[in-house]
Design a binder for this molecule. Sequence first.
Ligand SMILES: Cc1cc2nc3c(=O)[nH]c(=O)nc-3n(C[C@H](O)[C@H](O)[C@H](O)COP(=O)(O)OP(=O)(O)OC[C@H]3O[C@@H](n4cnc5c(N)ncnc54)[C@H](O)[C@@H]3O)c2cc1C
Length: 290
Amino acid sequence: MKPFEYLEPTTVSEACALLKKGGGEARVFAGGALMTILMKEGLLEPKTLINIKRISGLKGIDFHPQEGLAIGALVTHHELETSGIVKEKLPILCAVEKDVANIRVRSMATVGGNLASGEPLTDLPQVFIALDARIKIASSSGERVMPLEDLYVDYYQTRLAGDEIVTQVIVPPVPERTGIEYIRFSSSSVVDKPCVGVATRISLGPQRLCQTVRIVLGCVGPTPLRAKKAEALVAGKPLDPKLAEEAGAVATGECSPVSDLRGSERYKRAVVGVLVRRALAQAYESASRS
Ligand SMILES: Cc1cc2nc3c(=O)[nH]c(=O)nc-3n(C[C@H](O)[C@H](O)[C@H](O)COP(=O)(O)OP(=O)(O)OC[C@H]3O[C@@H](n4cnc5c(N)ncnc54)[C@H](O)[C@@H]3O)c2cc1C
């Protein structure tokens, strides 16, 4: 590993100023789960590493009735998994976290790092996108808020500028009669990153019609993506097994998986079809029960 300067700012503005000063040669270091690997392998050689872990303003989880759930960027996977407030307000997030990596990674890696890295084989982005989450971003010139869905550009590429830090994820309150489901498929029996991950959300209107539909596919393209044609097919209708199957078939055509050691392109498309069908059916059922 090449030598680098190591800094530990204690405020967001200090960290952003240091990033700006670094002019593209400085990188944020949070839990280090990904950064450590990239640097050890020589794939990334930053001149300056800015460890943000001492910034207390990036920690903690809050709930506001109007704004929703606000999750600090430094919240670890394990903290999200075991949070009482998250269990009460959005238990799906705790359930998703149980299958993320292993306890060692979950204890160090952060939610902000998971979302900001643009890593393609992750679980959280598709779930947060299905929940219409937004991210708060700070830079040396101020703050902006962006729908998480708009963050991603390509494999490991996001719309974050060089001096920007994700500070918070905000999940708006979920309407009544909403079902949320996430199904991840991992092709290995050992703990592994997902091969395919599908998140669905259905909010019901009158006569159990699907009023709001989100179908978000993960790991089957350079970025997480909404299967908008499949969503449009389901919206405004009651869901039955035939419609769920049709939506699954449509979604298979909306993704762009690549063949790799987790499965061939054809196999992954087939998995998408099955998972979309199942996740829609389960979300519809739980929305109907609530
Ligand atoms: C063995 C292993 C298994 C894994 N399995 C899973 C899995 O099953 N599901 C899953 O979802 N993920 C999985 N991951 C991914 C893991 O969750 C992410 O790598 C991790 O969340 C990154 O967070 P971090 O805090 O460690 O980020 P770091 O490694 O510190 O940083 C990662 C990247 O994000 C940037 N960054 C970090 N925080 C911020 C911020 N607040 N603002 C702006 N940029 C930032 C860094 O500059 C860097 O480019 C796995 C990782 C490993 C190593």
